[in-house]
Design a protein around this ligand. Structure first.
Ligand SMILES: [Fe+2]
Ligand SMILES: [Fe+2]
Length: 246
């Protein structure tokens, strides 16, 4: 089963990473969900697919009351990101979901109602979870046409959705990147194919390299920490992406 790993803690401000499920069928891509807690309020990033809802829910339930989760953040529209929405809404019909305005009429096919969605404008916005301010950072075309990441300036943690994703072996249990040069080989094919725009990529690299980030947390693979954050951004800025480079 999946497990919640505490990756940051400062009083009642905490980040948990829900990662690695050795029992998951191998035809499903492995995903990381992050629970951002601020006292009695919490947000979950990209809660995942319907198939893994029970594993995510019970991993959270081990350490935090899921009834305290008031918000979902969906980086984009993919099924591995947000197809569990209907199940989350069955658990708590008052849940709110932050996502790009572009997907506002598509995602309700997975669940939710008129009151559920808090549309993010193209330029991004900021909002509170408990007394913690979070910023949605535009990452359009990386890989979705309406795509956002989430930045916690206080914790210096940046949730990067599919950017930074690596397809790891099922027996790889490291949640933090240990050896950048071997890890990045497992990320290269994914980025070349899924990231469709060199212009968007270079713009993202320039903006994000200005942020103070200690952990860059992708939705697949492992967390880049410390100097590996800049290493990743440099590597990505030099990578040629898109169909021409298949
Ligand atoms: Fe995706
Ligand atoms: Fe993904």
């Amino acid at each position: 089963m999946k497990k919640l790993h505490m990756i940051y803690q400062d009083g009642d401000h905490q980040w948990g990473m829900i990662a690695r499920d050795p029992e998951k069928p191998d035809y499903l891509i492995d995903t990381n969900e992050y629970l951002i807690m601020s006292g009695d309020d919490a947000l979950i990033t990209d809660p995942g697919g319907m198939e893994i809802f029970p594993a995510v829910f019970s991993a959270i339930n081990e350490v935090y009351d899921p009834a305290k989760i008031s918000r979902i953040f969906a980086s984009h529209q993919d099924p591995d990101i947000i197809s569990s929405l209907g199940l989350w809404m069955e658990f708590n019909e008052d849940l709110k979901c932050h996502l790009s305005w572009l997907w506002a009429s598509f995602i309700p096919h997975f669940g939710g109602n008129k009151e559920t969605f808090l549309n993010i404008p193209d330029e991004g916005n900021s909002f509170f979870v408990g007394n913690l301010e979070l910023k949605s950072i535009p990452a359009h075309y990386l890989h979705s046409s309406g795509n956002f990441h989430l930045y916690d300036e206080k914790a210096k943690i940046y949730f990067s959705g599919d950017v930074g994703a690596a397809l790891l072996e099922p027996d790889d249990t490291n949640i933090i990147v240990k050896d950048f040069s071997s890890h990045i080989k497992k990320a290269e094919g994914f980025h070349r194919r899924w990231m469709g725009s060199n212009t968007a990529k270079n713009d993202w690299c320039a903006r994000v390299s200005e942020l103070d980030i200690d952990m860059l947390c992708p939705q697949h693979g492992a967390i880049y920490q410390g100097e590996d954050v800049a290493r990743f951004i440099n590597w990505f800025s030099e990578l040629k992406v898109g169909i021409k480079y298949l």
